[in-house]
Design a protein around this ligand. Structure first.
Ligand code: LRY
Length: 235
């Protein structure tokens, strides 16, 4: 197994402790789904105080890396047939993200049918000199990945792996359970308000990633429209 780049890990821990990471992932094929918009979103989020950004796709990572020194959590999303794993499923994805300038590489760490095992992905991330983040859904997955040498464990996929409606609230309980085990938890998934993000930090999350509420205009607008329509006020 390749060694973890401890100097980089330490630097990232200092930069990201208690911080906000802005996930800049536009709605697929929507009007904001262009490299220049992703770059602008990332710079705007940084101007607002984000200490890191989560970016999908090699071209987007390259453009953002050229524009900021702050850490990029890089991912590649793929829709594979017959396999539910979407986030950074392949070894080559990791190599491309590392070459593009991602310092942290996140991958799906869920215990599901996958094209490449998590040990191989983790080892490749370390071989590339990057730091690993596992996007998990369940408590045991996070514990296993942390033991294997994954520096950051994200609650990213909690609520998205079952054949059920996605819960409205974030999975605070998972964050709390992991942090009690000493994991560096990235609270991620449905932290749609400052109050929710602050609660994650209060519960002991290492940092919190917010996506839709900062960078998906379609979703934010829909939240307002739905609330207005349901307000019961007759105009
Ligand atoms: C489940 C899944 O594929 N999550 C993705 C992971 O990269 C993104 O679509 C989310 O926007 C991101 O995790 C941030 O979460 P939220 O948008 O809820 O703040």
């Amino acid at each position: 197994m390749s060694a973890i780049n401890r100097a980089l890990e330490k630097q990232l821990v200092n930069q990201l402790k208690g911080a906000l990471i802005a996930s800049c992932q536009p709605v697929d094929d929507g009007p904001m789904d262009k490299v220049e918009h992703v770059r602008a979103m990332a710079l705007a989020a940084i101007a607002g105080g984000a200490k890191g950004v989560r970016i999908e796709g090699v071209e987007n990572v390259k453009a953002v890396a050229a524009a900021t020194e702050l850490p990029i959590v890089g991912i590649i999303k793929r829709d594979l047939s017959g396999c539910p794993i979407r986030i950074t499923p392949f070894v080559d994805d990791i190599k491309m993200l590392a070459d593009a300038g991602a310092k942290i590489i996140a991958f799906d760490g869920t215990d599901r049918v996958r094209p490449v095992d998590v040990e191989t992905l983790l080892n490749t991330i370390h071989e590339c000199g990057c730091i690993a983040m596992a996007d998990c859904a369940e408590f045991e997955e996070g514990i296993k990945l942390a033991k294997l040498g994954c520096s950051f464990i994200g609650s990213t996929l909690s609520g998205y792996t079952q054949d059920q409606a996605v819960p409205e609230q974030p999975d605070y309980e998972l964050v709390e359970k992991w942090q009690l085990q000493g994991l560096k938890v990235v609270a991620e998934g449905r932290y749609n308000s400052p109050e929710r993000a602050a609660k994650a930090i209060e519960l002991g999350a290492f940092c919190v990633t917010v996506g839709s509420a900062i960078t998906r205009i379609e979703h934010i607008t829909q939240w307002f429209v739905t609330r207005i329509d349901g307000s019961g006020r007759k105009v």
